[in-house]
Each structure stands twice: as C-alpha cells, then as structure tokens.
Design a protein around this ligand. Structure first.
Ligand SMILES: *[C@@H]1O[C@H](CO)[C@@H](O)[C@H](O)[C@H]1NC(C)=O
Ligand SMILES: *[C@@H]1O[C@H](CO)[C@@H](O)[C@H](O)[C@H]1NC(C)=O
Ligand SMILES: *[C@@H]1O[C@H](CO)[C@@H](O)[C@H](O)[C@H]1NC(C)=O
Ligand SMILES: *[C@@H]1O[C@H](CO)[C@@H](O)[C@H](O)[C@H]1NC(C)=O
Length: 376
C-alpha cells in the first residue's frame, strides 16, 4: 500500500508540471490572440472548448425567502394582460416643491381630453396655489423630500400608490414643476398606450458616478453586474407601477446602502439607481432604457441647462422634438458616449414627449407658440 502511494506521488509532480505549463502556454496564446481570432481556437480547440470545464462549477446560490417571494410576485404581475380601452387614462404625477408655474400650459395640453387623464400633485415644501381648475383638489398627502435621499423614492411611490387607486390609470408619468409638454395630448396618449413598454432611463456606467456608487453590502441579491443608473423622470405601465409598490427587498437594499455622504466620502443617490436597477433585473425587455423627458446636460455642469424666457423659440422646441437617438455618457475618464436609436415598436421615432428645465418666466412665450409646435 505505502509503496504504491509513494510511487504515484513521486510521479504526480511531473504530471502536474506538464499540465500547468500547458495551461500557461494556452493562456498566453489566448491572451496574445484575443478570442475574436478563432484561428487560435482551432489550434487549441481542446483548451478553448474545455477551459470552463476545468474550472470548478459556480456554486448555485439558494434564494432567500424574500427573493423567492419577490420572484413569484413579479412573475404574476408581469404576466397580467392589461389592454387599453377608451376609458384608459394616463396618470400625470407632478413631484414639486410648491406651486406649478406651467399649469396654464398644461391646461392647454389637456384641453378637450377629459376622461383620458388624471392629475396628482405631491408638493414637498409648501401647499401649491393652483391657477387651473384641472389641478384644484389634486394634491395628495405629501411629505418632505430631501434631494438625493430615499425620501425622493418614497414620494414617487406615494404618487404611484395614489394613482393606482384609479383602475382606469394604465400609464404613470412622473413630472416636475419645471417640465413642459413637447407634443399634443393625442400624440402622447398614443405613444404611451399603444406599446407595452415603460420608459425608464437605464444604462451601465462603469465610472465613478455609476459603478462607483455600488456597494457590496447589497449582495447577494444585487450583484455589481446588475447595477444600473438613469434619470429619475420615469413613465411606467401599470404592471411596473404595481411591481414597484410590491417590492420591499430591493428598495430596502438601496435605502440602507445607497445614501449621500456614506463612509469613504461616497455619495449614492437612490432615485438615480433604484428604478433602473430593479426594473432591469425584473423585466429588462419591458423598459425602453431612455426617459421620455428631455434634459440638456451638455454644458457639463452640476445642474442641467435651464431655459429662460428669451431662450424660447419654435426652433428650440422643434430641435428637442426632432431628437431620435438617446445618448448616455459614462463618468469614466474617457467619457464614453453611448448612442442608441429610440425604437418605438421597432421603428425609429422621436425620443421625447416632455422636456425640462424651464424657468417660470418662460410661461408666456411657451403659451404663445404651443399651438404651433403641437399642431403636427
Ligand atoms: C407594432 O409592430 C407590429 C409589427 O411590425 C405591427 O403589427 C403593429 O401594428 C405595430 N403596432 C402599432 C401600434 O403600430
Ligand atoms: C434595455 O436594455 C437591456 C439591457 O440592459 C436589454 O436587455 C433590453 O432589451 C433593452 N430594452 C429594449 C426595449 O431594447
Ligand atoms: C407586449 O405584449 C405582447 C402581447 O401581450 C407580448 O407578446 C410582447 O412580448 C409584449 N412586449 C413587451 C416588450 O413586453
Ligand atoms: C404660429 O401659428 C400662427 C397661426 O398658424 C402663425 O400666424 C404664427 O406666425 C406662428 N408663429 C410662429 C412663431 O411661427
């Protein structure tokens, strides 16, 4: 027995050495000839084909109770068939700090479409003074919102919870007090109702302002490959609105581990990550990956471009309306630009139905040209 064991162990090192050098040589060859060069695979087909078999299999993780529950609920909600009818409405949910400077413009937009929309206003600082009868009585119970904190997501969920009470609401659009409509109501209605897509901005930013905000404390449920970023101004179909309200698991992860001024001088803003990350995990093909609300970050400042009264021209609005490609810029040193056509039911179409940010003083000029820019 002992003799046999000694014999085999004396043979083993050489065998292992040969194997290790073979692997090293193969890895060098693969490294020098990146995978797109399949010719190197031909020579080493054995290595390329079986490399993954040599590695230990990734252990299958047993799901936690919360993940199991979340998965079951998500699947059922997503398989719900909701077809729109004549009485289907779009919920316009305004997240504001006080009064809405563009109520009169929105009134023009809604004119003649009673029964096809409903309005909800969440005002986090002071009670709004409404100048349009359409907005009177539409305030919901609100709470303070702190910029970049989870209270922002809470306010969004509060708006959704109010709007979901009306079973005719089939699509839910989040807007701010500095948003304006870019298209006619009929255009917006058909754009949102005739597809079953949510317009949630979502992209993978490997840079400091994207992946740099991910925390391993979110494991095991949220892996770093799942982490996404996007603008908070969403528009979701009813299934996704329900999904967002049913979720405690992923919401809690972000509430705990995505906060401004965390340890290590890191900042994470839940409103820029919760929806994109969660919906990309739950239903990746159900979100368009761009927001239907345009904003101009091209000046490269901390705040996006804001339009004053003198900036308002038909040309400006037509320029924003004509954009049919969504652009994302990563926060890496190289600032990689990711550009994609806005595909609506497979056809390239304008990306944006709304735009921000407009100063209140822009109202009069916008009222003046509204009919011109929404007539086509
Ligand atoms: C979406 O595309 C499909 C396939 O091209 C087409 O049959 C359908 O009518 C389109 N839907 C709308 C609302 O245009
Ligand atoms: C959105 O992006 C995800 C990948 O992050 C992709 O799987 C999905 O198909 C995209 N959605 C659409 C509508 O193209
Ligand atoms: C939209 O709904 C149709 C029919 O219910 C389904 O076949 C299609 O996969 C859905 N598309 C998306 C992106 O959810
Ligand atoms: C808007 O339309 C009206 C009537 O069609 C026209 O008289 C006016 O010149 C247009 N305004 C602009 C800025 O094009």
């Amino acid at each position: 027995m002992a003799a046999t064991r000694g014999k085999s162990s004396s043979k083993k090192p050489l065998w292992i050495l040969v194997l290790i050098s073979l692997v090293c040589i193969s890895l060098m060859v693969v490294y020098l000839h990146p995978p797109q060069k399949y010719s190197s695979c031909y020579l080493l087909w054995n290595v390329c084909d079986h490399l993954d078999q040599w590695l230990p299999p990734a252990p299958v993780r047993v799901l936690t109770d919360e993940e199991l529950i979340s998965g079951a609920v998500s699947r059922d909600i997503l398989s719900m068939q909701i077809t729109y009818t004549k009485s289907s409405k779009i919920a316009f949910m305004f997240l504001t700090s006080g009064s809405l400077p563009f109520e009169k413009l929105w009134e023009k937009f809604f004119e003649g479409h009673g029964g096809q929309f409903s309005i909800y206003v969440h005002s986090s600082r002071e009670k709004p003074v409404h100048v349009s009868p359409l907005f009177i009585g539409r305030d919901i119970r609100s709470e303070k919102v702190h910029w970049g904190q989870i209270s922002m997501v809470d306010a969004e969920k509060r708006l959704l919870a109010n709007a979901l009470q009306d079973s005719d609401n089939h699509h839910f659009v989040l807007l701010s007090d500095s948003c304006i409509p870019l298209q006619s109501f009929v255009y917006v209605y058909r754009y949102l109702m005739e597809t079953n897509i949510s317009y949630v901005d979502c992209f993978d930013d490997p840079g400091a302002l994207g992946m740099g905000r991910y925390s391993e404390d979110m494991l095991p449920e949220i892996k770093n490959k799942d982490w996404r970023k996007g603008s908070q101004w969403f528009s979701v179909k009813r299934q996704h609105a329900l999904l967002l309200l049913s979720d405690r698991l992923y919401y809690t992860k972000l509430k705990l581990f995505c906060r401004p001024a965390m340890e290590g001088n890191r900042n994470c803003y839940a409103d820029e990550h919760y929806l994109p990350t969660f919906l990309n995990m739950a239903d990746p093909s159900g979100i368009a990956n761009w927001s239907i609300t345009n904003v101009d970050w091209s000046e490269g400042k901390w705040h996006p471009r804001s339009y004053r009264a003198e900036d308002i021209t038909l040309e400006l609005i037509e320029k924003i309306k004509s954009i049919d490609e969504s652009v994302h810029v990563t926060s890496e040193d190289e600032k990689v630009v990711l550009q994609k056509p806005c595909l609506w039911n497979g056809t390239k179409r304008p990306c944006y139905l709304f735009a921000r940010k407009f100063y209140p003083e822009a109202l009069e000029n916008l009222m003046h040209i509204f009919d011109n820019y929404t007539s086509v």
